[in-house]
Design a protein around this ligand. Structure first.
Ligand SMILES: [Cu+2]
Length: 258
């Protein structure tokens, strides 16, 4: 199970620096909208798995399903809705050298899929603060996950803007049945194998045609623009614990560039 290697604490740091896109969606919706993603193996990461994801969004309430197959068994798989990147999965040219192997780490993929907006945990908190709550993520190689949660306004806005990406993490690059250090240590936490945090399967959520927009009258959703205070409250509340880790990570990365 190797649960000790799973406190992917550093991942949460990515929720902080860009956590407050003060962009309020001006569009309102006439009702539930369905979004779907096909989860394909992340390029270069030696993943054979695949999956699908669906999100039904009503206001800020999201019913999320993720089905995954052929991932590393008996190993935790952190999974998130990533937002505010380019709304796509990283391509092979995003790979870097990791201990002599071309692979895409979680950090390598950030420009494509963006920061963590929602942690798709099985229970409890779903904020970026739970990005690496490995005891609350699926831990089998094939799983079906479903949960109805309230997402933050920025996550809902990004889903509606077709700029949200589902990512399931945890790869077995050298196919030896466990997370090891073939790719070196995770840049998120030197105590963790890169394999434990690297993205495995990924797919951009896209709105599905649902027979036209809602009738428009009798809207029940609160579609007012979230004010800055609300964004600060939701954004910082969940991520506060990650602040220290984020600071350390940024320092480490800054130092490594000198
Ligand atoms: Cu993620």
């Amino acid at each position: 199970m190797n649960r000790t290697i799973l406190p992917l604490v550093g991942l949460a740091a990515f929720g902080l620096p860009l956590a407050l896109p003060a962009v309020a969606s001006a569009q309102s919706t006439g009702g539930d909208v369905n979004y779907q993603a096909t989860l394909d193996p992340v390029a270069t990461n030696m993943v054979n798995g695949s999956g699908t994801a669906t999100v039904t969004l009503s206001g800020n309430e999201a019913t999320i399903s993720v089905t995954a197959n052929q991932l590393l068994d008996s190993a935790p798989h952190a999974q998130h809705i990533h937002i505010a990147g380019s709304g796509e999965c990283p391509k092979a040219d995003a790979a870097h050298d990791h201990n002599g192997h071309k692979a895409i780490s979680t950090a390598d993929g950030l420009p494509a899929y963006g920061k963590i907006g929602t942690s798709l945990t099985t229970t409890g908190d779903t904020s970026p603060n739970s990005a690496l709550a490995v005891d609350r993520f699926p831990s089998t190689g094939a799983f079906h996950y479903t949960r109805t949660i309230t997402v933050t306004p920025d996550v809902a806005q990004q889903i509606r803007a077709n700029n949200a990406v589902i990512v399931v993490h945890g790869i077995d690059y050298n196919h030896n049945g466990k997370y090891d250090n073939v790719l070196g240590a995770s840049e998120l936490d030197a105590k963790l194998p890169q394999e434990a945090t690297a993205p495995a399967i990924c797919g951009a959520l896209k709105a599905m045609p649902v027979g036209g927009a809602g009738t428009g009258d009798g809207a029940t959703q609160a579609t007012g623009s979230p004010n800055t205070a609300d964004l600060l409250a939701t954004g910082l509340g969940g991520a506060a614990v990650a602040a220290l880790a984020g600071t350390l990570l940024l320092r480490r990365r800054a130092a490594s560039k000198q």
